[in-house]
Design a protein around this ligand. Structure first.
Ligand code: PLP
Length: 387
């Protein structure tokens, strides 16, 4: 592995801080490194591999499409794009779609649509939000470390205190194009927007006429025990962004909008070369079919509850919904998230830290109770250790 680490240092722009492992293949919830060591994957490529690694039906379907047609551009019609849009309409309640290649691109498009449709400039995002790394998405991302070096970004943007209705009322006004929300914040360590705050957002929307964008890039496609996290609130935003689990690792993102929003954008105002190509759309269709056939949304709900129970049994206080879980470290483990993740890796368990004090778990939605037992046994033993 040392050779690989050395070569990476030599060849890569130093943006990533990687853990010391080189993965070679995956099967279900398990990954194997180049020495054949096996790991239970509780990260799933950061909430992307919901159907499990190398799912046979996925491999077959995508391989078949690969042999048939990969890409022709949006200058022409292709049917996988329409089949995908039709499926998404059924599960999401949105009327019209646009496909791109990543989460940040989906957010970028959503912001453009919101400005176009409302004729207004301002965005309101939440503290601790993460919406991506391109200039628009970055502008509505909370962490100053990510934003500051790249200013001036798009403006005006205001950040509202998390779940603080009074602050929301101060920040939104007649110049607000949209409020952008992750229904459950992922990158900042699994923070759930509460019902009261969400109700206030929609009341203010009715009063002031801004749009509500739900960024479901991380929460989408069954992750939280519902197809989309919006269902936990029983509301329909104007725009929704999606990506991550959508193509099970084949890059694809998307934007869903209401009929009303779609009727107010015009030809050539947005586009993408690769977005929605036949290969990516087939990967997404295969993903949705597998999630449906194997009842993975329900599995996320059931196994997610079980996981929380087991984590409580080892003295943790987990939060989150479905299989989007997080917990903070306390007492002697406070501030030791990096050490704990590294120790997990050495014991064959892949976890993720979102800060020095928070662990995030976003495993494949195929996770079984036996695998949860395996994981919690290792987590328990690591937390008992001293670092
Ligand atoms: C909620 C949310 N939005 C947007 C993004 C950006 O997605 P991508 O990394 O695919 O550009 C992420 C990535 O973590 C995310 O969690």
């Amino acid at each position: 592995m040392e050779d690989v680490f050395k070569k990476e240092k030599e060849l890569f722009i130093p943006f990533f801080s990687r853990l010391p492992v080189v993965f070679e293949r995956g099967e279900g919830c398990w990954l194997y490194d180049i020495n054949g060591k096996k790991y239970l994957d509780l990260v799933a490529g950061i909430a992307c591999i919901s159907i499990g690694h190398s799912h046979p039906a996925f491999v077959e379907r995508v391989s078949e499409q690969l042999r048939k047609l990969v890409h022709v551009s949006n200058l022409y019609y292709t049917t996988p794009q329409l089949d995908l849009a039709e499926k998404l309409r059924d599960i999401s309640g949105f009327s019209k779609f646009f496909f791109c290649n990543s989460g940040t691109e989906a957010v970028e498009g959503a912001l453009k649509i919101a400005r176009k449709v409302t004729g207004r400039k301002k965005f309101v995002a939440l503290e601790n939000s993460f919406h991506g790394r391109t200039m628009g998405a970055l502008s509505v991302t909370w962490k100053e470390k990510f934003r500051k070096p790249f200013e001036p970004l798009i403006s005006p943007v205001e950040f509202c205190r998390f779940n603080d209705v009074e602050d929301l009322e101060r920040k939104v006004d007649k110049n607000t194009a949209a409020v952008i929300i992750e229904p459950i914040q992922g990158e900042s360590g699994i923070n759930e927007v509460n019902q009261e705050f969400m109700r206030a957002v929609f009341e203010k929307k009715d009063e002031l006429g801004f749009l509500v964008i739900f960024d479901e890039v991380q929460t989408g496609f069954g992750r939280t025990g519902r197809w989309f996290a919006k269902e936990h609130f029983n509301i329909q935003p104007d725009i929704m962004t999606m990506a991550k689990a959508m193509g099970s690792g084949i890059p694809i993102g998307g934007i869903g909008v209401s009929e009303e929003v779609a009727s107010r954008v015009e030809l050539s105002e947005h586009g993408s070369t690769f977005g929605g190509n036949p290969l990516a759309c087939t990967a997404a269709i295969a993903t949705l079919e597998i999630i449906e056939r194997e009842k993975l949304v329900e599995n996320a709900r059931i196994v997610g509850e079980y996981f929380k129970e087991r984590l409580r049994k080892i003295g943790l206080n987990p939060r989150g919904k479905g299989l989007m879980l997080g917990f903070d470290l306390e007492d002697k483990n406070k501030g030791k998230a990096v050490e704990i993740v590294k120790e997990g890796l050495s014991k064959g368990l892949i976890m993720n830290y979102t800060s020095e004090n928070t662990i995030r778990l976003v495993p494949p939605l195929t996770l079984k109770k036996e695998e949860v037992d395996f994981a919690t046994k290792i987590i328990g033993s690591i937390l008992d250790q001293s670092f």
